[in-house]
Design a protein around this ligand. Structure first.
Ligand SMILES: *[C@@H]1O[C@H](CO)[C@@H](O)[C@H](O)[C@H]1NC(C)=O
Ligand SMILES: *[C@@H]1O[C@H](CO)[C@@H](O)[C@H](O)[C@H]1NC(C)=O
Ligand SMILES: *[C@@H]1O[C@H](CO)[C@@H](O)[C@H](O)[C@H]1NC(C)=O
Ligand SMILES: *[C@@H]1O[C@H](CO)[C@@H](O)[C@H](O)[C@H]1NC(C)=O
Ligand SMILES: *[C@@H]1O[C@H](CO)[C@@H](O)[C@H](O)[C@H]1NC(C)=O
Ligand SMILES: *[C@@H]1O[C@H](CO)[C@@H](O)[C@H](O)[C@H]1NC(C)=O
Ligand SMILES: *[C@@H]1O[C@H](CO)[C@@H](O)[C@H](O)[C@H]1NC(C)=O
Ligand SMILES: [Zn+2]
Length: 467
């Protein structure tokens, strides 16, 4: 009777404490949950790194003050849309991920790939690599993609968990709305990808030095502002790591800087697979040397390589889809058959060493430093960074996490992913149970001791030492 009664008191106290602690714990749960790894990767096609200085871009500057701005990002050669978008999600050079151009011919498959005609859905072209969404989903997470190149292609048997079939007519606002839905759904994504076609299209038409680019850049700034305000409305802005970047820059062309292949070599001898300014040339059977000799020193502003001569620093050689001859124009020059070919005032695809080819790069969110800048990084480093943010294991790649980890906030335990969170909860509950156990044990021990003492006390009248 007596021990039972005494046992009930500590139990009630313990339970009382337990509920109090649990209440406090639940109070902090939302902020702890907010540290769950989540990221949104945004690309504004052709947004050159220095566009933010050309006109007032308050939203870009807001993101810069609240995050990290990397001033020069060395993207990959060739500095075109598909190769660079695939590098961002694989961390590989074009020769290693296999999307070596927007227009490709695979001599082994005898098949073509073309962005011009949107003939890009042949999985085989994409499967030399495994993009980050495939890995993310293998590790049990969900991905949502709004028009990001390659996200409506089945790669290694899977699509992103949610994606939009490519349709350039779908507005920016609709793309953002879908992403917000996916991030806030019952089974939310941890990773979103958002692609927008501008300012690339207008950059080609007007040329980057054209003052009419001003309103185009302002419009992108407004779109970024819209994205940020929608994320804030959905209470996502403070908890998602957002990376705002691009695939490449743009340089000014001129009708004064045009190289005409027809002046140097007979068109019958070769086929152009990919176009200016990095022209992929497939000579007809047995005509390799003839075509090469004709073009090699044809024009001072065109460098012509046989495939095996392409400089190692370009990492653009070891792939069967890279054609036997590559002709690369100097900055601002164009290579055409003849001058009747269409002409645009802006282009990209040039050597990735040129600052004009470099994209914007901003990173904002709980994982990142605030109002910080970094001078240079390689575009290949974005992939290991994203894997870190999503708490997934990167596949072999050409980037380096160490090279970019300095953009992460130091105070915040950045590896505070779902696993870490589970560990923290486990340790908390475990230690709590241990404490309860110890408390109960100690209490019980004291009581038993007291009992014994009491008993001993009552027995004290009798002889104590029996043994
Ligand atoms: C390659 O495919 C084309 C049709 O797309 C065909 O005409 C040609 O014969 C094929 N070449 C080889 C070597 O199989
Ligand atoms: C593309 O999107 C536009 C605008 O939402 C829509 O009107 C059109 O039907 C879509 N096209 C296809 C092929 O789905
Ligand atoms: C074009 O070639 C000339 C002669 O080699 C050279 O002086 C000039 O710098 C080149 N232009 C560019 C943009 O590289
Ligand atoms: C220039 O090229 C076009 C087609 O690419 C061709 O029709 C035209 O005859 C060519 N002009 C000259 C002068 O060779
Ligand atoms: C950001 O840093 C700059 C100097 O690097 C400083 O002038 C500015 O006030 C800072 N802005 C904020 C919001 O802290
Ligand atoms: C970029 O990558 C190259 C090749 O791995 C490396 O030598 C260089 O140091 C890297 N640059 C930066 C800024 O990390
Ligand atoms: C890039 O990474 C791939 C995959 O690890 C590797 O096969 C390739 O050799 C790397 N390229 C360079 C230049 O290191
Ligand atoms: Zn373009």
């Amino acid at each position: 009777m007596l021990p039972q009664k005494r046992g009930r008191i500590p139990f009630r106290i313990v339970m009382n404490c337990y509920w109090k602690i649990l209440a406090v714990f639940l109070l902090f749960l939302p902020s702890a949950l907010s540290l769950q790894p989540r990221a949104l990767l945004v690309s504004f096609d052709g947004f050159r790194w220095d566009y933010i200085y050309k006109v007032s871009t308050p939203n870009f500057h807001y993101a810069m003050e609240n995050g990290v701005h990397v001033k020069q990002v060395t993207n990959v050669f060739i500095t075109k849309t598909y190769p660079n978008h695939y590098t961002m999600v694989t961390g590989l050079y074009a020769e290693s991920h296999g999307i070596v151009a927007n227009e490709m011919y695979d001599p082994i498959l005898n098949e073509t790939f073309s962005l011009n005609t949107m003939d890009i859905h042949n999985s085989k072209f994409w499967e030399e690599a495994s993009p980050i969404w495939v890995t993310n989903q293998k590790e049990g997470h969900k991905t949502g993609a709004a028009m990001w190149p390659g996200t409506d292609v089945k790669i290694h048997g899977v699509f992103p968990t949610y994606y939009m079939p490519y349709n350039e007519s779908v507005s920016f606002e609709d793309r953002v709305a879908r992403l917000i839905d996916w991030f806030t759904s019952e089974e939310p994504i941890n990773f979103g990808l958002l692609y927008w076609e501008q300012p690339d299209e207008m950059g080609h038409i007007l040329g980057p030095e054209n003052p009419l680019m001003g309103p185009i850049i302002s419009d992108i700034d407004k779109k970024l502002g819209y994205l940020m305000s929608e994320l804030k409305k959905a209470k996502l802005w403070d908890v998602i790591n957002v990376i705002i970047t691009s695939d490449h820059g743009m340089s000014q062309s001129s009708s004064e800087r045009v190289i005409e292949l027809d002046q140097y070599v007979n068109r019958e001898l070769y086929e152009v697979i990919d176009h200016s300014p990095a022209v992929a040339i497939l000579p007809k059977e047995g005509k390799l040397d003839e075509v090469y000799e004709a073009l090699a020193s044809a024009h001072p502003n065109m460098t012509v390589y046989k495939k095996e001569q392409i400089p190692d620093r370009l990492h653009y050689k070891h792939n069967s889809k890279i054609q036997p001859i590559l002709a690369v124009a100097d900055k601002g020059w164009e290579i055409v058959y003849n001058k009747s070919d269409g002409f645009q005032f802006g282009n990209h695809g040039y050597d990735n060493i040129l600052p004009e080819m470099h994209p914007i790069f901003l990173a904002v969110g709980p994982a990142f430093r605030k109002n910080a800048t970094k001078e240079v990084m390689n575009a290949t480093d974005l992939y290991p960074l994203l894997c870190h943010l999503l708490d997934i294991n990167p596949l072999p790649n050409n980037g380096s996490f160490n090279a970019v980890k300095d953009i992460l906030a130091e105070e915040v335990p950045v590896a505070f992913g779902a696993d870490t969170y589970a560990t923290v909860v486990g340790v908390f509950l475990g230690s709590f149970l241990v404490m309860v156990f110890i408390a109960v044990f100690v209490k019980h021990f004291i009581l038993t001791q007291a009992n014994t003492m009491q008993m001993q006390h009552t027995e004290a009248a009798q002889p104590l030492l029996q043994d």
